[in-house]
Design a protein around this ligand. Structure first.
Ligand code: PLP
Length: 379
């Protein structure tokens, strides 16, 4: 046989540009995280790795503010943790109610439909939050088995108030599913106090890690529903009853090879959260967001979300001024300043920029740099 040489290309040593990632994620990983990820590997059943798994679970419980036993990082990005939550708790025919006010609410709908859910939805214009009354009325009407809502809708910049929703769900015997991909470790999240049953996030935003190990936490109520399933979870990789045997602290039986070095990274990201303390971390994100919002206002620019308390502290949607080409500005930020921001998409395409100040990147010097680069370009 003759070797086919047509794909045998010649390449250079890896050298990526020094971007400042101020978009909706990924955000730059903390230098300590990058150092941790390059630590020598051990096996995924090595006692030292099992010890690290326990530490990651405890630090995740702290970060989620939960006592949930089932708390672990799913191998994959935020969507994998999202799909894990849905695949395990939604069975064919289950009524699933989703609050949709942006792109990621739509993704929840899509996933719940794929797992056979009888999906109902309440919609709100992109850029708005749901009121407790709207949620309560919809839950009473549809009587869902699962109610899903996005805490921080990255496509719109809206931070959905969560207080009170868990109580309504419990009164109606329904599980509460919360997307905290953009809020975890950046804005207040209280899984137990809010009565959230399934919550998922990612590693590449508030946790200052690369993408690839995504926090998931499930309440006892969620585990009961999973135990009562009639059929197997139709996704083998994301069947949490199988994965639990690796993470539960007892059996440690093999399911899939854990991404060892991503778990090192996650551990360092979580240690940084613990060292700073949740309250100080949330406050840092809020203070730097306010510095950015004030700077925008001083330049005559506006946030899409008018009410500051409904803005995500780690992700701001900035209205593109009339006559300005949003794509061209983002292109110049990238090419001339090495700063990445993102445009809007879906209903907000061309109308907003999405600016992330997440985890390690939520620092005043980044705010000031972006504001002055924007000023230069817009002038
Ligand atoms: N949910 C929200 C709110 C998000 O912002 C994202 C990604 O940005 C996701 C889910 C999906 O996460 P990932 O892209 O890590 O799969």
């Amino acid at each position: 046989m003759k070797i086919n040489e047509s794909h045998h290309i010649s390449t250079q040593t890896l050298d990526m540009p020094p971007r400042l990632l101020l978009g909706p994620g990924p955000s730059n990983a903390h230098p300590r995280v990058l150092q941790a990820i390059s630590m020598r590997q051990v096996g995924h059943l090595d006692p030292s790795f099992i010890n690290l798994m326990n530490e990651n679970q405890e630090l995740l419980r702290y970060t989620w503010q939960t006592d949930n036993l089932f708390t672990l990082p799913v191998s994959g990005t935020g969507s994998a943790a999202m799909e894990a939550a849905i695949a395990n708790t939604v069975e064919a025919g289950d009524v699933v109610l989703i609050a949709v006010a942006g792109y990621f609410g739509e993704r929840m709908v899509d996933m719940a439909e794929r797992y056979g859910g009888d999906v109902r939805r309440i919609d709100k214009a992109w850029g708005q939050a749901f009121t407790l009354d709207e949620i309560s009325t919809a839950i009473a009407e549809h009587k869902p088995a699962v109610f899903g809502i996005v805490h921080a809708e990255t496509s719109t910049g809206v931070l959905q108030p969560m207080e009170g929703i868990g109580g309504i769900c419990r009164e109606n015997n329904c599980l509460l599913l919360m997307d905290a991909v953009t809020s975890l470790a950046a804005a207040p999240v209280f899984v137990d106090e809010w009565g959230v049953d399934m919550a998922y996030s990612c590693s590449q935003k508030g946790l200052s890690c690369p993408p690839g190990a995504s926090p998931l936490t499930l309440s006892e109520r969620a585990l009961v529903k999973m135990d009562q399933r009639e059929g197997k979870v139709s996704n083998w990789y994301l069947d949490m009853s199988l994965l639990a045997k690796y993470w539960d602290g007892k059996t440690r039986s093999y399911h899939h090879t854990a991404p060892i070095n991503m778990n090192y990274a996650l551990r360092e990201g979580l240690r940084l959260v613990a060292e700073e303390g949740l309250e100080a971390r949330w406050q840092r994100h809020q203070t730097n967001a306010e510095l950015f919002w004030d700077g925008l206002e001083a330049m005559g620019m506006f946030c899409l979300v008018e009410e500051p308390s409904l803005r995500i502290p780690s992700l701001t949607t900035v209205r593109v001024p009339d006559g300005v080409d949003a794509k061209a500005v983002a292109g110049r930020l990238l090419n001339e300043y090495n700063i990445e921001v993102a445009g809007g998409f879906g209903q907000l395409a061309g109308q907003v920029w999405r600016v992330g100040l997440m985890g390690f990147n939520s620092r005043p010097e980044n705010v000031l740099l972006l504001l002055s680069a924007l000023k230069e370009i817009l002038n």
